[in-house]
Design a protein around this ligand. Structure first.
Ligand code: TYM
Length: 351
């Protein structure tokens, strides 16, 4: 049975990339799947250990989930730290994964920068914790933006190595499921999770530089649209967004080599839930002086209600905490079921 899992870090403001690349997909997937959405507070310690406002940031991401339309009664919304099995399984995966796998992660290389010796050990092991998040629930599908693709490939590698290293134990205990690995059918405990990446908004770029992704950590606030920006700020940022002097082409290949133009078309498509081709059909031959105001109106239209609802929810932190507590209890029960099997497979004595 399909199970959807995804997570968002409580660091900095959520932006349009997080919304279009991830959260909006979380909302759509609720219709036909069981979903678990997690605020990954433990992950946020890997880059900076001391976050004076971690608790409020955690509540704010939760508020964004709810404001965007995630239903915490039908699905599970919780924060990672509440379910200690995430850290427990991550430890085991630290012993499954190889240092070389971690060293190859582009996000680690980017975030650690030149002074790698001084990065936290947690930053190196980050993908292990991410694999634990997903596999603790034996999730089959993970909606994320393009930047998480390599981490999901690593999650499959970890699942596969675990299944392989413990194949006879898994078979003896009779707790495996049949799965297809290439040509072979194998009996594994952890599924090989499928990433759900795609659509026009899988990689939203900075509004100031079409070669950099839109990110929480960009020093320029003009580079991103935050979910909490007001209408005037959204319009101003789109008006100031970098473009080129040409107008909009009628075909997709007319955007080749024009990353800023392509990005704005992608944002429009994401917000309107149509394809980039359809956007171009609508705006072919128009100048940015026409397209930008239309994009600003659309963005305000889609984002203002979310910002308003987030503000309303943030005024009642006790309610948000109760959602996380309830979600944590339900997630914890599922997590413990998996961990019981994992301890048994490995031979760790439990109760
Ligand atoms: P995080 O918190 O950096 O980002 C949350 C989600 O937003 C997506 N995203 C983008 N999508 C399109 N364009 C962009 N410019 C853009 N920027 C961010 C991210 O791809 C992500 O889906 N490692 C994860 C959190 C995580 C996780 C997990 C995700 C921890 N455990 C388990 C899935 C499953 C991260 O740092 O996301």
């Amino acid at each position: 049975k399909p199970l959807v899992f995804s997570g968002v870090q409580p660091t900095g403001n959520l932006h349009l990339g997080n919304y279009l690349g991830a959260i909006r997909k979380f909302v759509a997937l609720q219709e036909n799947n069981d979903c678990i959405y997690c605020v990954v507070d433990l992950h946020s310690l890997t880059a900076t250990l001391v976050h004076p406002d971690l608790a409020d940031q955690t509540r704010s991401i939760t508020a964004a989930f709810l404001a965007a339309g995630i239903d915490p009664k039908k699905h599970i919304v919780f924060n990672q730290a509440r379910v200690s099995q995430h850290a427990e399984l991550a430890w085991i995966f630290n012993c499954v994964a190889r240092i070389g796998w971690m060293n190859r992660m582009t996000q680690f290389k980017d975030k650690a920068g030149k002074d790698r010796e001084n990065a936290s050990l947690g930053l190196l092991a980050y993908p292990s914790l991410m694999a634990a998040d997903i596999l603790l629930y034996r999730a089959t599908h993970v909606p994320v933006g393009e930047d998480q693709k390599q981490h999901l490939e690593l999650t499959r590698d970890i699942a596969q190595k675990f299944n392989n290293d413990f194949s006879s134990r898994i078979a003896d205990l009779g707790i495996g499921v049949e799965m297809q690995v290439g040509e072979e059918t194998v009996n594994g405990f952890f599924p090989l999770t499928e990433p759900l990446i795609g659509g026009p908004a899988a990689r939203i770029m900075s509004l100031r530089d079409g070669s950099k992704k839109m990110s929480k950590s960009d020093p320029s606030d003009l580079s991103r649209i935050n979910l909490t920006d007001d209408a005037d700020t959204i319009s101003k940022k789109i008006r100031k967004a970098k473009t080129d002097p040409a107008g909009l082409p009628s075909e997709l290949d007319g955007l080749a080599g024009r990353p800023e133009a392509e990005n704005l078309v992608g944002i429009y498509a994401g917000l309107a839930d149509i394809t980039k081709e359809e956007v171009l059909r609508q705006f072919a031959g128009q100048q940015f002086s026409v397209f930008k105001p239309a994009l600003a109106d659309l963005a305000v239209d889609k984002l203002a209600p979310i910002a308003g609802e987030m503000r309303r929810l943030m005024a009642d932190p006790a309610y948000i905490d109760s959602v996380l507590r309830d979600g944590g209890q339900r997630a914890g029960a599922l997590a413990e079921r998996t961990m019981k099997s994992v301890r048994e497979i490995i031979g760790l004595l439990g109760d």
